[in-house]
Ligand binder design. Structure first.
Ligand code: FE2
Length: 285
């Protein structure tokens, strides 16, 4: 797998070719370790301040438990907290301190928290987005993903455009390793070139009813490539690229931060689960 770094920015031809052929791109050392540490520290503070008893929302992609969960579905313009499916015992009590059993925080960190804002709104990210043909980049959602040691759950194979659909499709994931990611602690796996296949499913919310509709039954291309990346790496993921991540069975966490970006010149579907009526979307700059 080809890897690039800051010296190749803004995206040189080799990077653009790699992106076009593969549907993903790894840029090492994009963020300094100090910048990653600041975000890790801030996530700890947010969790500390969060009253876990007030809500017990679970994020579980295997069972799609959250599809009827208003706490999740109304989180597009908020900072909300979602637990691992193994976070609770049979009586509904947390099995461990909240900071060890949280799955993720989403979905408007990039707009509502100063540190996340500064991490997300940058001209170098804007330059990258424009180089991959997002003519008017808008920051749609952000997630802090914990991938906890021992219980960090699997994220099943999917395409991001299933959940963040525009016409024409434009969603791109900007995924940042806040800690080293490897096979043992549940790194991303991708299907190189799979972004050229069809969109398989579409997740819609119509009249408050959530449906995962099958558009195409073609099996996903094989996710043959683990993206083992170092802390500070930025990974770009095309909205149609099949990708997944395994359970974290190691004793090391794998924190990551993702931003999903769409093109403001494309039509954002009113049937997407994420609607931002209260706060207009902003660009990188
Ligand atoms: Fe994804």
């Amino acid at each position: 797998m080809l890897r690039f770094n800051r010296s190749h920015l803004p995206l040189n031809q080799k990077m653009q070719d790699f992106w076009d052929i593969n549907g993903f791109l790894v840029i090492e050392d994009f963020y300094a370790h100090e910048e990653c540490d600041k975000l890790i520290y801030k996530s700890e503070k947010l969790i500390n301040d969060f009253d876990a008893d007030s809500v017990k929302s679970i994020f579980d992609t295997k069972n799609q438990n959250h599809v009827d969960d208003n706490y999740f579905l109304e989180s597009g313009d908020k900072i909300r907290f979602f637990f691992e499916d193994k976070a609770f015992d049979s009586k509904g009590n947390l099995i461990n301190d909240k900071k060890f059993v949280i799955n993720k925080i989403g979905h408007a960190l990039h707009d509502l928290d100063e540190d996340f804002y500064n991490f997300s709104h940058r001209s170098d990210l804007d330059d990258i987005a424009k180089k991959i043909n997002i003519s008017k980049p808008l920051l749609l959602q952000s997630m802090y993903i914990f991938k906890q040691p021992n219980i960090g759950g699997e994220v099943v194979c999917h395409q991001d455009s299933t959940f963040l659909y525009t016409e024409p499709e434009s969603a791109v994931g900007f995924w940042v390793a806040l800690e080293d990611a490897n096979i043992d602690n549940g790194c991303l796996w991708v299907a190189p070139g799979g972004h050229k296949g069809p969109l398989r499913k579409l997740f819609t919310k119509i009249d408050n009813v959530m449906t995962l509709k099958t558009l195409d039954n073609t099996p996903f291309e094989e996710t043959t490539t683990p993206l083992e990346v170092k802390k500070g790496s930025l990974v770009l993921l095309h909205g149609r690229l099949p990708h997944y991540s395994c359970e974290n069975t190691s004793n090391k966490s794998r924190h990551a931060y993702t931003l999903h970006v769409i093109d403001g010149n494309c039509k954002y579907s009113s049937n997407n689960w994420l609607q931002r009526s209260s706060m207009p979307l902003q660009g990188f700059v």
